[in-house]
Design a protein around this ligand. Sequence first.
Ligand SMILES: Cc1cc2nc3c(=O)[nH]c(=O)nc-3n(C[C@H](O)[C@H](O)[C@H](O)COP(=O)(O)OP(=O)(O)OC[C@H]3O[C@@H](n4cnc5c(N)ncnc54)[C@H](O)[C@@H]3O)c2cc1C
Length: 477
Amino acid sequence: MLDEFVGEDIQELKRLVRGELIFRSDGKAYSEAVKCFNHDSKWSPRLIVQVRGAHDVQLVLKFARARGLSVSVSGGRHMFNNASMQGDIVIDMRLMRSINIDDEERTAWVDSGCIVFDVDQEAIAHNLAAVTGQYYDTGIAGFTLGGGLGFLSPRYGLSVDNLLAVEVVTPQGELLYIDDETDPEKMWVARGAGWNLGVVLRLKLRMYPMETFQHQGKTVHGYGGFVMWPLTAETVDPIAKILQKLFSLVESGKVPLETQPLMAFANPPPGGAPVLMLQNIWVGNPAGGEAFAKIFTDILEPAVNTCAPLDWLAIQDVHTAMFVRENRYYLSTRSVNEQALFGADALRTLTMQILENKPKEGFLVMIAGGKGITDVPVENTACTTLRESKVVCMVGCHVEDDDENIPAYEKAKAWVRGTLMGGLGPICRQSVYTNLDNVGTDEVVKQSAYAETARERIAAVKKAMDPDNIFRFTKTR
Ligand SMILES: Cc1cc2nc3c(=O)[nH]c(=O)nc-3n(C[C@H](O)[C@H](O)[C@H](O)COP(=O)(O)OP(=O)(O)OC[C@H]3O[C@@H](n4cnc5c(N)ncnc54)[C@H](O)[C@@H]3O)c2cc1C
């Protein structure tokens, strides 16, 4: 297939852009460039431009505006709905990966093509860390602009709570520096619905010093791994007790700030048998992490316990085992109805229903985000869902990207929808965490991802900044 664009303007774009232009006709380069983490849906933009700076972005936007084309921005391509690949032209940030750390100020300017590991690696070299995601190649920009839940969140809040400024090229092509002083309303939008501002080039993040500990001659920053209990008819009661124990700690505000307990019902490899899994991450003295796990292992002896003292980069890599790249995923993340979930009977019923009804492709994850998140008033940032309750619940399924798996996948998707609609009792509220969802239609997500007043504020900024609606694939347009 020939390049789809003809005319002087495309020649000018090819001549002036410092980055790379990749067309559908570019074969392997194109198929590599469009790959997203989730293989459930595949998009094929007409042109992908891997930009090297503000001027490249301005050139692309000028070209798009003149032709009335739609534009999306892509970073780590981790958004499960693959929003960053939708539209005629994709501005790909991945060639921009510089990080500048200010040790004295404990801040960093991070290029928006950086992935989580770029930031973690550079920061820890300065014995600092930022609130980044739990998967090594999640894009730092998409992660932060939508909220950003990380292992440091119990102590320091979401990534948006640590976002100090952004540098943006607006849909109209203007290069803007935005912080709380220059434009508090746009900065508020940046913190949770930031993709409505245009193309974010760089983000200024707050950083924190990391305490170190010695373990067998190695420097570590904490403790982490998985604890797994088999889920069978015989273990339903103790498993319900484990969950009840955790949620009573959550309810009474007694979960230590060092940890962000994650419990998952899943069927992990190699055997694929059903388990309850605790992702036990502890940032601080490793002895504390061991003691925290013991609260639960005293209730029921686990079949697997991989926890060990770890350094920061290894801690950040623990979660990687939970998600396989390029599988097909269908999931949603909602705030939890605490009254419905925290009761002893509800947890036993939940455990029983998981045992009886959950397909092996399905998973149900409950994350106690932490006080650092819920102590911040909901209206402080545009990211409202994650602060509504002390626990968020992710319900989803995944299969290998192979057509043979489609029947099982469709069945598991039906289970996901049923579960979200109340099949397991009224556990999930309808408010969606946009960063982790591809179940909701655009309209559902638009209506439920942000509190009503937040929606109005976001829409007003979006309308003023993008009157031609070039970025028409943002969830909050
Ligand atoms: C395996 C896995 C683990 C995850 N773990 C976590 C986690 O621990 N905590 C958490 O909170 N979330 C997590 N997420 C969700 C993740 O934060 C979101 O999917 C996030 O949007 C990913 O950003 P990205 O840049 O990788 O994705 P992309 O798909 O490239 O972008 C996501 C969205 O942001 C927009 N965007 C990206 N860059 C820019 C930019 N520079 N300017 C303007 N808009 C931009 C895109 O247009 C798109 O709408 C995880 C996702 C996966 C797949």
